[in-house]
Design a binder for this molecule. Structure first.
Ligand SMILES: Nc1ncnc2c1ncn2[C@@H]1O[C@H](COP(=O)(O)OP(=O)(O)OP(=O)(O)O)[C@@H](O)[C@H]1O
Ligand SMILES: [Mg+2]
Length: 246
């Protein structure tokens, strides 16, 4: 028997009242893979990510993570979220805590780290995201790119098995986009399994194993990076790419 996929989404539907936002979405991600999710505004990308860590329960369908159905018992959502790191467009750091304290909080609260061990971990993670000298800065004393890297370090502090990124660079000035994408690329190269909503196609080319294109709640293309960037894309996906690249 072949190993089940690390993350397996099958026939997921999601409606908000009468509005069906996800329609029979199915895809899988193997351990260590990076998947980039693209598509027009309102196509359901954020909702799909939010279903994967149960910030939104799917209306129906199956989501298996590490072989286990996650939608079966919603009381386990906190446990699941502890294993899945999420990075948002607007960083969402705690404004009254400095960089190192932002990173220390969850390991102390959720993983039972001592203050000392959490501090060591936070310092190590700030090195990993290339801002070791910003430990005692408050979020509003950091650039957007630095804040987003603190947010990534904060997610990594929980030792996640999967990282979800929802347009992590779209609130950043152009010169800061690269430093965040570089960190994401390094994490992918180190084998972090990731699903990234981003229209940064340079990153997709460097880091992604697969590209998924969504439109109006449906996955209409799911191609390996080689096929996708080799030019074998559907006319609809190509039209979308032309829009975002020009
Ligand atoms: N909590 C909610 N209640 C009602 N409708 C919602 C809710 N969240 C999302 N929607 C609707 O679901 C649809 C998909 O939204 P979603 O945010 O997933 O799209 P997206 O692809 O991430 O778009 P964008 O590129 O603008 O971020 C939209 O029509 C949106 O208005
Ligand atoms: Mg979105």
């Amino acid at each position: 028997m072949t190993n089940p996929a690390f993350l397996e989404v099958t026939g997921v539907n999601k409606s908000f009242g009468p509005l069906q936002v996800l329609k029979e979405c199915s895809f899988s991600v193997n351990k260590g893979e990076t998947v980039v999710l693209i598509g027009p505004s309102g196509s359901g990308k954020s909702t799909l990510l939010r279903c994967i860590n149960l910030l939104e329960p799917p209306s129906d369908g199956s989501i298996r993570f590490q072989g286990k159905e996650i939608t079966e018992d919603l009381r386990n959502a906190d446990k699941l979220r502890a294993q899945i790191g999420m990075v948002f467009q607007n960083f969402e750091l705690f404004q009254h805590l400095n960089a190192v304290e932002n990173i220390m909080l969850a390991p102390m609260k959720v993983l039972g780290y001592s203050r000392h061990d959490a501090h060591d971990l936070a310092v190590e993670l700030l090195k990993k995201v290339h801002i070791p000298d910003r430990a005692d800065h408050l979020p509003d004393e950091l650039s957007g790119g630095q804040q987003q890297r603190v947010a990534i370090a904060r997610a990594l502090a929980m030792k996640p098995k999967l990282m979800l990124y929802d347009e992590p660079t779209s609130a950043l000035d152009p010169e800061m986009i690269r430093e965040v994408l570089d960190v994401m690329t390094e994490l992918s190269a180190d084998g972090m399994t990731s699903v990234c909503v981003t229209h940064e196609m340079g990153f997709a080319r460097r880091a992604a194993d697969r590209i998924i294109f969504m439109e109006q709640g449906s996955i209409i293309e799911n191609a390996s990076s080689d096929v996708f960037f080799g030019g074998e894309v559907s006319p609809r996906a190509q039209q979308f790419l032309n829009q975002i690249l020009h």
